[in-house]
Structure formats: structure tokens, C-alpha cells
Design a protein around this ligand. Structure first.
Ligand SMILES: Nc1ncnc2c1ncn2[C@@H]1O[C@H](COP(=O)(O)OP(=O)(O)OP(=O)(O)O)[C@@H](O)[C@H]1O
Ligand SMILES: [Mg+2]
Length: 282
């Protein structure tokens, strides 16, 4: 097994809001829970009342056809969208996120498919964006560049992500390296829960394998992940649990070691396993 360290959060300015303490969660308990979450866009019901718990230290894959509501669910958990109804709990405490910053303060960070980094900034600047380490106060505030560079290097190396330098703009990095930096940013923030919406959709085979390795390594270190993926092979490589969505509803949450692709496809399509298999062959 790859020895991977998840470093402690590297300080920085940001973690001010009170975060429900991990210690409050009973062993094997749910770090996150959504209950009856609903969302409409005009006439479209994106989420029809989704209830699901996410046990600590697990990877839940969220699967479903286009438009099933997967991204909407993640955006709501990430604080990027507001639900029309329902509740979210973090470590058993009810939370209401007005923005992604609120979700981050509660220990929830998102890594998006489109590799959402600031291209013109380097890895260190991306890792510390919005929560730069400073010394001094008010008018005499200084960035602690050296310390941030050191922390960025430690975190990125700790994830076994190889980049030429934390000082070059990330636009010069490959997709896999960029996704590594995006995950390092989530780790740097000290997140307990990382949401990933199709994190490898823009990546090649080797880069996908690297990202999967990082994700599995984070679970080894006790983190909880929710990963949207259209790639069922990847889902079975990574996930402990498979949450199947169809037309805004959570159809089932399966134990990944106790199901197979055919059954998952049958739940995604709403067809029986045999019909789904026939259709897949056609
Ligand atoms: N901002 C929006 N405005 C209007 N409709 C939206 C918006 N976001 C999502 N929808 C609609 O809500 C439904 C669920 O969309 P969502 O993006 O959550 O699906 P998804 O499961 O992520 O699909 P995909 O696999 O294609 O990414 C779709 O019918 C979609 O068209
Ligand atoms: Mg989506």
C-alpha cells in the first residue's frame, strides 16, 4: 500500500467558523446526512426529496443518468446551491450553508470536474487562495510566502503528487497534476469530507489512476468522500457504497462489495437486470 500522509491543516487565516467536532461523531457514525433535500429549477424537479447518510471514512459513489440530480445534490452539500427544502447535518448538528465558504468551514470541500484552479497562479497560491498565511496586523500585514511554499510542498508531496515546482503557474501542469493540486487544496483546508463531481472526466488513463490512488489514500487516512462518476469500473475500484439516483430520487444505496455492474445499471435505467443487460449488448 502506498504510504500516504494527510498532513494536518497548514494553518492559514480561514478556519474561523465553528465546526462540529469530529470527536462528537460516534465510531462508524455519519459525518454527513441529508434529509428530504428538494430542489426545483422552474418546472424541473432536480431533487425530489433525497435522504442519505454518509458514514465517516467511506467513499460513496453517486451514479445515475444525465440529469438524475447528482451534481445538484453535491452543489447543495457544497453550499453552492440552496435547497428548496430538507436539512443537512454535519456530525449530527444541523447546518445551513449560505455559501461554499460556509461548507468549507464545516469541513466540506469540493473538487470539480473542470479542474477549477486559478490558471495564472502557482500551486502554492492556489492552495492558500483566500486563506493566505500572514503575519502582522492591519496595515502591516505580510504574506508568509516561504512558509506557505514549504507547507504547499509538504502537502503535495504527502499526497505523492509530482509537480515540477510549486512556483510555476498551474496552467503549465497536466490535468492529473492539476487535479492533484485541487485535492491538495481540499486537504490543506483540513476538510473531513471531500466532494468530487466527475473528478477524472477530463483525464487520461494514467492520470485517472493517479487520482484514484490519491482518493483511496485519503480514505485510508480517515476522510469521507462522495464521488460522482459515470465510469462504473472506477466506481467499483473506488467505492464502498454506491448511491444510485434516477430522476431526482435516490433509488438505492448499495454495498459495493455485494452488488455488480448489471444490477447497478438496472437501477440507473429503471429496467430489470435482464432487460438492462440486453439493452447494453444491443
Ligand atoms: N442551474 C440550473 N438551471 C436549470 N436547470 C438545472 C440547473 N441545474 C440543473 N438543472 C436541471 O436539474 C436536473 C438535474 O441536473 P444535474 O446537473 O444535477 O444532473 P446530473 O445527474 O449531474 O447529470 P449529468 O450526469 O449530466 O452531469 C436536470 O434536469 C438539469 O437540467
Ligand atoms: Mg452532473
Amino acid at each position: 500500500m502506498n504510504e500516504m500522509k494527510v498532513p494536518a491543516p497548514a494553518g492559514g487565516g480561514g478556519q474561523t467558523a465553528s465546526r462540529p467536532a469530529a470527536a462528537e461523531t460516534p465510531a462508524g457514525g455519519e459525518v454527513l446526512r441529508v434529509e428530504g433535500v428538494r430542489k426545483r429549477y422552474g418546472g424541473v424537479v432536480a431533487l425530489a426529496g433525497v435522504t442519505c447518510g454518509f458514514p465517516r471514512n467511506t467513499i460513496t459513489a453517486v451514479v445515475g443518468d444525465n440529469g438524475a440530480g447528482k451534481s445538484t445534490l453535491l452543489r447543495i452539500i457544497a453550499g453552492a446551491e440552496h435547497p428548496d427544502g430538507g436539512t443537512i447535518e454535519v456530525n449530527g448538528a444541523s447546518v445551513r450553508f449560505r455559501s461554499p465558504d460556509d461548507a468549507r468551514s464545516a469541513g466540506i470541500e469540493t473538487v470539480y470536474q473542470d479542474l477549477a484552479l486559478a490558471d495564472n497562479l502557482n500551486a502554492t497560491e492556489n492552495l492558500f487562495m483566500g486563506r493566505e498565511q500572514t503575519r502582522g496586523r492591519s496595515l502591516l500585514t505580510f504574506m508568509r510566502h516561504r512558509s506557505m511554499r514549504r507547507d504547499a510542498t509538504r502537502i503535495i508531496r504527502g499526497l505523492d503528487v509530482r509537480i515540477p515546482s510549486v512556483r510555476i503557474p498551474v496552467e503549465g501542469l497536466s490535468g492529473g497534476q492539476r487535479q492533484g493540486v485541487a485535492i491538495a487544496r481540499a486537504v490543506n483546508w483540513g476538510s473531513e469530507v471531500i466532494l468530487m463531481d466527475e473528478p477524472t472526466a477530463a483525464l487520461g488513463v494514467a492520470e485517472t489512476a493517479k487520482v484514484e490512488e490519491i482518493v483511496s489514500g485519503l480514505r485510508e487516512r480517515g476522510m469521507t468522500m462522495i464521488v460522482v462518476s459515470h465510469n462504473l469500473d472506477q466506481v467499483f475500484r473506488l467505492a464502498d457504497r454506491i448511491a444510485v439516483m434516477r430522476r431526482g430520487e435516490l433509488v438505492d444505496v448499495l454495498d459495493a462489495s455485494a452488488t455488480d455492474g448489471q444490477h447497478v445499471v438496472s437501477l440507473i435505467t429503471g429496467l430489470s437486470a435482464t432487460a438492462a443487460a440486453t439493452e447494453e449488448r444491443a
